[in-house]
Design a protein around this ligand. Sequence first.
Ligand code: SF4
Length: 329
Amino acid sequence: RLFPALRRPAAARCEAGSKVLLKEMDYPELEEKGFRPGQAMMLWKCLYGNNVWAHSHDELAGLNKDFRKMITDHANLKALTVKDILAASDGTRKILFSLEDGPVIETVIIPCDRSRTTICVSSQVGCAMNCQFCFTGRMGLRKHLSTAEIVEQAVFARRLFSDEFGSITNVVFMGMGEPLHNIDNVLKAAAIMVDEQGLHFSPRKVTVSTSGLVPQLKRFLHESKCALAVSLNATTDEVRNWIMPINRNMDDAKRLIELVQGIPCKINLISFNPHSGSQFKPTPDEKIIEFRNVLAQAGLVAFVRLSRGDDQMAACGQLGEPGEYQLPL
Ligand code: SF4
């Protein structure tokens, strides 16, 4: 019963080579594929829980012999291959992953303290949104990442860095790509990340960030328990269409106060991170503080977020293609 189930046409999109890619499935799908419930749960826990994060068939401890052989013969546990890991001077790491079909994506691990480390995951190769301050946007959209390719970034982060950094607690979809442009795979990946029997991230600590795709944003709010961040960059359509000149910052602060009136939210202020070929420069620290103070005086909760990993092109807006990028002089 198990083998034909794995070969059903519905599973075809999950295949890597001739094998089924297990991380394409959420738990109900894994059970549906013909795995007996007890065995399906043990497999799920080997993939995502119990500090196993299995990547090889040898790591599937506790499964019965026949079931393990069937998995070995017909399923792949791994969706990505590590190509390189770069360490920034502040402890931030950037992992470069090769995809099965060739492209490279980037994931950033941002340690804070032993009880909190954040993973910044990518959702696309390149991006169609073409934000003027973003290096990824210059690539154009090459490909949507699959559910497995998104989830695997979190699995690898835990496998590689849990010992060194302690608890890896937060996920932000702020890497390469506009997550809501790839909403089906992002919704499913986020659901797998918060599954209590698996990776078990708190939904409040998994944040999907969007540049503002409104229909998908509404769908996300209906279908996901995870948090949503809207990347504003400016507060008028005119300025959003072309990023604002620096001397108009305080006008934007005032409009931002009006814009979020009555919305329970916090504001994260993130400075532009430089990359070659961009005409933008980072906002001076004192301007950022001034902007934050205007918001705070109006009663808003506003934080200035430090850039992490910018000396290894690992900060916001700096992810791109290895070999093509360099820091501006
Ligand atoms: Fe895409 Fe985000 Fe970069 Fe805009 S900032 S181009 S949405 S990756």
